[in-house]
Structure formats: C-alpha cells, structure tokens
Design a protein around this ligand. Structure first.
Ligand SMILES: O=c1[nH]cnc2c1ncn2[C@@H]1O[C@H](CO)[C@@H](O)[C@H]1O
Ligand SMILES: [Zn+2]
Length: 373
C-alpha cells in the first residue's frame, strides 16, 4: 500500500495517458450496472469490485489485463453513463492535483445500445466540461482534453481519425490506437495516420509495451507518431557498455548513463525528443517491467529521454498520479526535482497549442513546484 504524502498530493501534475474506461470509481461501476441493466459484473460490492479489477489485471499479460475492460465498457453504453464517468474522471484527477490531462477512450466501443459515434463524443465532452466546472468550484482548476482511440484489432481507425479531426475545436486533442499489440502492428492503420498527418493533427500510438522494437520502429518511422504510449521496450535497443543487452540487466534503473550505449532507434527517439508516456504500475501488471525499482523509466530519465509519468488505468492499477509519483520517490530514488522535470516534459508534449502549453508551465507548474521548495 502506497501512502501518498501531502507534499506529493499538492504538486501540480500533468497526465497524458489515462483511459476513461480504465478510471471509473468502483461504486460508479456498480451503480451504472444497476441503472443500465448490465448483469455480468463479478460482484456489486464496490470494495470487492475494486479488488477484483486490481487482481484480474495483475496477470502479467496484456491480453488478460485488457479482458477487465469488458466490465467497464459494458456499463458505459448510454449518454448519461458516459457523461457521469467523464465528469467524475475530471473531478478525481483535479482532486489529485492534476492541472492538465488528456483522457482517451475508444468511441467505437460505446455503440452497443444504439448511440452514434457523435453522441458518444458529445456525451463525454459534456461530462468533462461539467467535471472541470465542479472541480473549479471545489477549488481545483483542471483542463481536460479528450483523445479518441481506435482499437488496433478492429477496422475503424480511419473513421475514428476523421471523428477526431471533426471535433478538434470542440474538446478533442488527438488520436491513439490501443488494444492487444502482438499480431496487430500499427502499420495496419497507416491510412488513418497518413490522413491525420495531412490534416496537421496529433496522434500517439501504444507501442513497445507487450511487443518489442519493431512496433516502436513502425509507430515512429512508418506511422509518424508524435508520442509513444509506454515505449518501455526501447531499452531492448540499448547495450550495457561492457556487457550484453540492457533487457537482460535485472535492474536497469540502477545503471549510470555512462554504462549505456544506445542503438540507432533509441538514439533517434532521444534525439527527436519523442515523448514516452510511461505508466509504471500498469507496466508491472502487464509484464513490461518487473518492479518500480527496476523500471526503465529511471534510467531513461537519467539519459534525458523525454519521459513522462502516467496512470494508464487508475481502476485496474488502483493508482493515481500522486501514487505513481510517490512510488517513484519511495522505490526508485526520485526527488521533487525529478517530478518537476517529468511534469514539464509532459506539458511540453501535450496536444495543446504551444502558447497554451507555455502558459500552463509558467503560470501554474513552475510556481507550484517553487512553492514546494
Ligand atoms: O495499456 C494498455 N495497452 C493497450 N491497450 C490498452 C491499455 N489500457 C487500456 N487499453 C485499451 O484501450 C481501450 C480504450 O480506452 C480500452 O478499452 C482497452 O481495451
Ligand atoms: Zn494505455
């Protein structure tokens, strides 16, 4: 059990990778199931439900981890449910000190009871706006932008990319692909990515989580991703100077920068400042990393890759931005300066216009960290 210290809770945070359908309050899952007639939940007790999600997601396999989303997606099939989940998401993030968040979800997964893609996007947007307003009334200012995800095993990516462009001035910041990685390379969706580039739109790709370097390479060099979802496996393209591949070093997080040599792809990712959206607890659950102490994020930070800290799925990992930060402090030797650095990294990497990113850095993030001393 991680105990979050008040100093960490008070820090301003920026969250780029958080799934709307991975962040429901357990009590809301139970209530929505009741209201919408969903009867497949393993239990309706919120405490048991919270444990069920965490334990089921703890499988060490991305595919089994993803099975738990059947339950959350199952209760998010009406406008009212989507609006409520989005509103609570914005409020929960704000209460955790998050000042800017990009929250993603796959509109194509919310059509089971007859909603259109547009109704899904508009219901989520209405909920996010309501959540921002309620958070501000409670004394926490937050800005939340939606990212639209297409599922990599499906064939809707061009349609979803068009949806993201259509709503880009109404609360949608960009596009993503997610789902099981092995067998579904990002190049399957090349048409969608080429369309987005022609439209000057932004996108991130889940890559290098369950699957290795080829998926990272495709995401960047074929698809042109602005950012990588996770990208943990980039360490497979790094060598220990005197030894073998870093992926075989038990605790790469403890190596010094001088001990490490980068391959061409890793060097490219660092040279081009490609943001890595890492989520330590989630990466342990899916088997992409073995522990917080051994997580490559600490070495990558020392090597000055553009790393960011994220929650991925707060419900499945029983986590929050504050908990992820506290874990890195307690188990990987991070200090407040490191947290400040990754927070500014994240804000620089946001799918928001440059002047707005700068304003949040100068007016909110830096003063917040200065106050923390
Ligand atoms: O870590 C992850 N890797 C890949 N896919 C994911 C991860 N977390 C969630 N999703 C998938 O994204 C969908 C839309 O939000 C979720 O329904 C889940 O299937
Ligand atoms: Zn994710």
């Amino acid at each position: 059990m991680t105990t979050v210290r008040p100093e960490i809770l008070a820090l301003p945070k920026v969250l780029l990778h958080d799934h709307l359908d991975g962040g429901l309050r357990p009590a809301t899952v139970a209530e929505l199931a009741e209201q919408t007639g969903y009867d497949d939940l393993p239990t309706s007790d919120p405490v048991e439900l919270a444990r069920w999600f965490r334990e089921s997601a703890d499988s060490g396999s991305l595919v089994r981890y993803l099975e738990t989303f059947t339950q959350t997606v199952g209760v998010m099939q009406t406008e009212e449910a989507l609006r409520r989940v989005a509103s609570e998401c914005a409020q929960d993030l704000a209460a955790d000190g998050v000042v800017y968040a990009e929250v993603r979800y796959a509109p194509e997964q919310h059509l089971e009871q007859g909603l259109s893609l547009e109704q899904v996007v508009e219901a989520v947007n209405a909920g996010l706006r309501e959540g921002e307003r309620l958070a501000a009334e409670a004394g926490h200012r937050i800005r939340v932008v939606a990212l639209l995800t297409a599922m990599r095993h499906a064939a809707k990516s061009t349609e979803i990319a068009e949806l993201a462009v259509r709503y880009r001035d109404e609360g949608v910041g960009g596009f993503d692909i997610a789902g099981a990685e092995a067998g579904f390379p990002p190049t399957r969706h090349l048409d969608a990515f080429e369309y987005l580039r022609r439209e000057n739109a932004h996108f991130t790709i889940h890559a290098g989580e369950a699957f290795g370097l080829p998926s990272i390479w495709e995401a960047i060099q074929w698809c042109g991703a602005d950012r990588l979802g996770h990208g943990v496996r980039i360490i497979d393209d790094m060598q220990e100077v005197r030894g073998g591949p870093l992926s075989e070093v038990p605790a790469p997080g403890t190596l010094e920068p001088g001990d490490v040599q980068l391959g061409r792809l890793a060097a490219y990712v660092r040279d081009r400042r490609i943001p890595l959206e890492m989520a330590p607890s989630s990466n342990i659950q899916t088997g992409a990393a073995s522990s917080i102490q051994a997580h490559p994020i600490t070495l990558l930070k020392r090597l000055r890759f553009r790393v960011t800290v994220n929650t991925d799925n707060r419900l499945m990992s029983d986590t929050s931005m504050s908990k992820e930060m506290q874990l890195l402090v307690d188990e990987a030797g991070w200090g407040v300066d490191d947290l400040r650095w990754v927070t500014i990294n994240a804000m620089k990497s946001a799918f928001l216009p440059f002047d707005e990113r700068l304003a949040l850095i100068d007016d909110v993030i830096k003063p917040g960290y200065d106050r923390a001393g």
